[in-house]
Design a protein around this ligand. Structure first.
Ligand SMILES: [Zn+2]
Length: 321
């Protein structure tokens, strides 16, 4: 708008500010799985996202992909970022120049070229750290604590509200099984059922899900009128925030960033086959440090272990208190 005064613009922009359910006034909307049984009611459809866990995990003496400093202070990175090669709105792959996926391709390519021991160990770790993780985001009623915090002019108020649960492959597989067994939409507001998700902390964190029964038969739990009236969170806008590739690249550990940049330079000079044409390496055979069966889930397990405290940052629209 030409000649618009600053005051007028301030008012115009403020008027566009998200309000109510889609706004930034709600807190406590990201469900944290508790150890043991969690009773929830899925509501409506879910959103599939692909994420990368990029932070160090000091408790495991794992330096991660990025430097610790990147997760502190103003403008800090979320520990879990959305994969740039995943179109959150369309729920499909796209070419988004995801630097983490690019590193994954490079790691696979190197492992396929007979690296020496030192290289093998570096690139195998890189391969595991860069694999994208699939997560389902789902509106739920938290049966134990169905409240969220509404912030109004600095005043906190507990109100009934849906939460967003993050579900990995393991629990999702069980949930799919419940769908199959029931033969109807268990997330339907009227004919759906409650489910119990059990989280167990052992050598790694595991999740399982079961239908909640009434005696031996399924217990249908129609949403109450009050629950029915609750606004469902817009999962795409809540969970789809993308971090700039440049910011992620700048945060990488020096040696990892060098790997990325050196390969990109080679590519642009045309000296090397693009990684798409490199046959993905077969999984490396020697895994001296951990059981092979544990391999595919290492990253997801780390993500599970630390995701809870950072999920609102992944979502992006709710400032952390
Ligand atoms: Zn990616």
């Amino acid at each position: 708008m030409e000649g618009e005064s600053a005051l007028s613009k301030v008012r115009r922009v403020m008027a566009r500010r998200p309000q109510g359910g889609s706004g930034s006034r709600l807190r406590g909307i990201y469900y944290d799985w508790e150890d043991g049984d969690n009773f929830i009611r899925l509501v409506g459809n879910f959103l599939e996202v692909k994420t990368h866990f990029i932070a160090p995990v000091p408790s495991r003496s794992d330096r991660g992909l990025c430097q610790e400093i990147a997760f502190k202070g103003q403008g800090r990175l979320p520990k879990v970022i959305n994969c740039l090669n995943w179109d959150v709105a369309k729920e499909e792959e796209r070419d988004g120049n995801c630097p983490i996926c690019r590193l994954h391709e490079i790691a696979l390519a190197v492992l396929g070229e007979n690296p020496n021991e030192e290289e093998r160990s570096f690139f195998d770790k890189l391969r595991q750290d860069t694999r994208p993780t699939t997560r389902m985001k789902w509106n739920i009623v938290d049966r134990k604590n169905p409240y969220v915090i509404n912030l109004d002019d600095g005043k906190e108020e507990k109100i009934l509200g849906l939460k967003i649960a993050t579900i990995g492959w393991e629990a999702f597989g069980d949930i799919q099984g419940i769908f199959e067994q029931c033969g109807f939409d268990i997330a339907d507001p009227k004919q759906g059922i409650d489910i119990k998700v059990t989280r167990v902390q052992a050598a790694r964190v595991t999740y399982s899900a079961q239908a909640v029964l009434d005696g031996t038969s399924l217990k249908v739990t129609p949403l109450t009128a009050e629950e029915m009236a609750l606004e469902r969170h817009d999962l795409v806008s809540r969970c789809g925030r993308q971090v700039e590739a440049r910011k992620v690249i700048d945060a990488l550990h020096e040696d990892i960033r060098t790997v990325l940049e050196a390969n990109d330079e080679l590519d642009s000079e045309g000296d090397q086959e693009p990684p798409e044409s490199v046959q993905p390496a077969s999984e490396p055979s020697a895994q001296p440090e951990s059981a092979p069966s544990a391999q595919p889930d290492v990253q997801a397990a780390i993500q599970d272990a630390v995701e809870g405290d950072d999920d609102s940052l992944l979502a992006g629209t709710t400032p952390k208190a």
